[in-house]
Unconditional design. Structure first.
Lengths: 113, 114
């Protein structure tokens, strides 16, 4: 089944404790993105990647890192999480690019205390 | 940056009625897409309309695009309780150098009452 998977789905952590949210897709898509969704603010792009080893900042990259060492994986790294990073995070992938259909993962609900 | 804005923010209708949601955006675009999100879950792509198209249909969905007014509408006909969800428009601002960003609106929350 074609899908985007994220892990963990739920995470409660403390300020400053490094964490990684994994994202994997099995559709051989080149384009991948991370978004965060906050009430009243909609979805905002954090980082995107156009291919292996090609990544760039989106609208809200501060406090996040990404890497794209393999085509299928696009992990999101929070080196020192803070409470303002409490949010619902989505990974997405696309075959044709960001102007076309995006396939979203199920989301990761992160709480930083 | 917020490109698309949906209107209304929330909409409540009876099952069987039609639901219309609107999206306005600020800059020229290549494509406009509509997505559905069931509560707290991942977004699901519904339909894409290109900037040179005016109307598109998919099942019970009808999307229109007016580039002169920078607006789009999503019509769901004969709504069902299962259509209860949030609906988002997404645009990729035309830059001439390829699209690297898909910008989502804040969504319309649709409730269909059985």
């Amino acid at each position: 089944e074609a899908q985007v998977t994220q892990n963990p789905r739920y995470l409660i952590t403390v300020t400053g404790k490094k964490l990684t949210v994994t994202c994997s897709q099995n559709m051989n898509h080149e384009y991948m993105s991370w978004y965060r969704q906050d009430p009243g603010l909609g979805l905002r792009q954090i980082y995107y990647s156009m291919n292996v080893e090609v990544t760039d900042k989106g609208d809200v990259p501060e406090g996040y890192k990404v890497s794209r060492k393999e085509k299928r994986n696009f992990p999101l790294i929070l080196e020192s999480p803070s409470p303002n990073q409490t949010s619902l995070y989505f990974c997405a992938s696309s075959l044709q690019g960001f102007a076309y259909e995006q396939y979203f993962g199920p989301g990761t609900r992160l709480t930083v205390t | 940056s917020q490109q698309g804005e949906e209107d209304p923010q929330a909409l409540s209708i009876q099952e069987g009625e039609n639901a219309t949601m609107n999206c306005s955006y600020k800059t020229s675009i290549n494509n406009l897409q509509w997505y559905r999100q069931n509560s707290g879950r991942g977004l699901v792509h519904l339909i894409l309309i290109r900037s040179n198209e005016r109307e598109k249909h998919s099942g019970r969905l009808r999307v229109t695009l007016d580039t002169s007014k920078k607006s789009s509408s999503l019509l769901i006909t004969a709504s069902r309780a299962a259509d209860t969800a949030s609906y988002f428009c997404a645009t990729d601002p035309y830059s001439g150098a390829g699209s690297y960003q898909l910008t989502f609106g804040k969504g319309t929350k649709l409730s269909v009452i059985p």
